[in-house]
Design a binder for this molecule. Structure first.
Ligand code: FAD
Length: 516
């Protein structure tokens, strides 16, 4: 259903299906649900925000938003809907910080649960295996600040910290630490989950393990995470943050792969692609210092595509000499363009919260709340060269619509029992095309053009049988989901019928249809 109304724009594009929906004429919240005794409240007024997300492409209006003040608000609401059986077709979506890209946290005419309302005090456990118990609606940035007061911090991050624990654990949570610690879903000891039957279950590796692993990377399909026990480590105070450039892709990836294969390496490793852009090094100068200012100022890319390796080493001020020596040694083993070594030293918080600084700048220019047709792919190491030749060499003509991240991770460090789907090789690359579209543009920075480009990339991957998997996956047919999950599909379906048999949860993922 794509109902045009004044509030929502309809992008009439083949890759954007069922974009806009309103609720006119569909008052479907049953009075029995409205009469439930809650610590928080259920509201059908001023709920337009629940039809939006960071992607800003899909807009599905719910019928009501639940603002829970207790876990039992969530379990009694879901239990009530579940017990209504075929009499109801209501669905329920947990909404974390709504930084989804394709309506995944929305529920067309259903109930959206505003997870950030569910605040509980964080509980810290110190000792050999320190952890923190947090509410799933907690933002990672707030967990960071609270943990630092105990000299601790989570081990694995996302690039941007204004995301909720429940939202990233439903996907994976991948950033430059994932090559050594695995993604965020690898760094959780225990979860508290409300299933699609409304039951509250505590699960971990040793207790209700099937639900635990199902929910991690489970796209919200088996339960709503209400609490998580996150692994912590001693937090460093400072970070040496380094960027170097390559013009040869095979040398760039050889160095990246070498760095992630050793224990004696950096604490963070990412990379990005720069296509047909000038003046970039000048931009870096506001926050990075060239090691060799004279030669850096003479560096000229001649319009070539460049590959930037971004690495970081954590340290405390009393270890400065030692860490400098180590960095010099690690850098001496790499083959980047010598004049392009840029360094800076920042606090650990500044480093981890780096994308928020860009957010503030983009917000000032009105460029944050625009459509974001992002494409995130996981690509087997054996096919990355081929992918780069076609995608960076032929399909993309520049990287002006947004950053293009590329970095390898080591799957041997990842737990393969979670619901996350990855390529079939031990090392694979995360490639993130993080485009922003200019709303009224019909040119190459317009939504339709970027979506076309994304589709060309996906088509190429499919035709060339690269064995690519989408991260933050988005498909519109169950057949495509089945292909995505491959041999994991049967387990996924089995868990769905066990934990959410009526397909009430996370309808915005469009994997299962609510049973009537
Ligand atoms: P939402 O968008 O609110 O929800 C996402 C999905 O999870 C929905 O289906 C929702 O129903 C479900 N859900 C939400 N809360 C719960 C819960 N408590 N229990 C069960 N299901 C739940 N990802 C990375 O891995 N690495 C990155 O570096 C990274 N950087 C990003 C930077 C930006 C600027 C943005 C916008 C996104 C980035 N992401 C990254 C993607 C991000 O991790 C996901 O979009 C994530 O889902 C966002 O969290 P959220 O709290 O906004 O979730």
């Amino acid at each position: 259903t794509c109902v045009m109304n004044r509030n929502y724009l309809c992008y009439n594009h083949p890759f954007v299906s069922s974009t806009i929906s309103s609720n006119s004429g569909s008052p479907i919240i049953p009075s029995s649900l409205k009469e439930l005794r809650l610590d928080g409240y259920l509201s059908s007024k001023n709920i337009d925000h629940a039809a939006s997300d960071f992607g800003n492409i899909h807009h599905h209006l719910p019928s009501a938003v639940l603002h829970p003040k207790s876990v039992s608000d969530i379990s009694s609401t879901i239990k009530h809907i579940f017990n209504m059986g075929p009499a109801s077709d209501l669905t329920v979506a947990a909404r974390g910080h709504a930084h989804s890209l394709q309506g995944q946290a929305q529920a067309h005419q259903g109930v959206v649960i505003n997870m950030e309302s569910l605040k509980q005090e964080m509980y810290f456990q110190k000792g050999e295996f320190p952890y923190v118990d947090v509410s799933a609606g907690e933002l990672w940035i707030d967990i960071l600040h609270a943990s630092l007061k105990h000299g601790l911090a989570p081990k694995s991050w996302t690039d941007y910290l204004h995301l909720t624990v429940g939202g990233t654990l439903s996907n994976a949570g991948i950033s430059g630490q994932a090559f050594r610690h695995g993604p965020q879903i690898n760094n959780v000891y225990q979860l508290e989950v409300v299933t699609g039957r409304g039951e509250l279950i505590t699960c971990s590796e040793s207790r209700n393990a099937d639900l635990f692993y199902g929910v991690l990377g489970g796209l919200g399909q088996f339960g709503i995470i209400t609490k998580a026990r996150i692994a912590l480590e001693p937090a460093p105070l400072m970070v040496k943050w380094i960027r170097v450039l390559y013009s040869d892709f095979s040398i760039f990836i050889r160095d990246q792969e070498r760095l992630i294969s050793s224990e004696d390496t950096f604490d963070y490793l990412e990379g990005f692609v720069i296509i047909n852009r000038t003046g970039l090094l000048n931009n870096w100068r506001s926050s990075f210092n060239p090691k060799d200012p004279v030669h850096a100022s003479q560096f000229n890319s001649d319009g070539k595509t460049l590959f930037c390796l971004e690495i970081a080493k954590y340290f405390n001020p009393d270890e400065t000499d030692e860490v400098n020596q180590k960095i010099d040694r690690l850098l001496s083993e790499l083959s980047y363009i010598q004049s392009t070594l840029f360094l800076t030293e920042v606090s650990y918080v500044e480093f981890l919260d780096r994308v928020h600084t860009s957010e503030l700048k983009l917000r000032e220019k009105g460029l944050w709340d625009v459509p974001h047709p992002w494409l995130n792919l996981l690509i087997p190491k054996s096919r990355i060269q081929e992918f780069a030749e076609v995608v960076f060499g032929k399909i993309l003509t520049d990287s002006s619509t947004g950053p293009i991240l590329i970095y390898p991770v080591n799957k041997t460090k990842w737990n393969n029992r979670t619901s996350l789907v990855t390529p079939d090789e031990d090392v694979f690359y995360q490639v993130a095309l993080l485009s922003s579209a200019i709303p009224s543009s019909t040119g190459k920075d317009g939504l339709a053009q970027i979506l076309n480009q994304n589709q060309r990339i996906l088509d190429f991957c499919e035709i060339a049988h690269l064995g690519v998997k989408q991260y933050l996956p988005h498909y519109t047919t169950q057949e495509a989901w089945r292909t995505h999950f491959g041999h994991q599909w049967d387990v996924f379906v089995g868990r769905k019928s066990q934990y959410d048999p009526s397909a009430i949860l996370a309808p915005g993922q469009r994997i299962f249809q609510r049973a009537r």
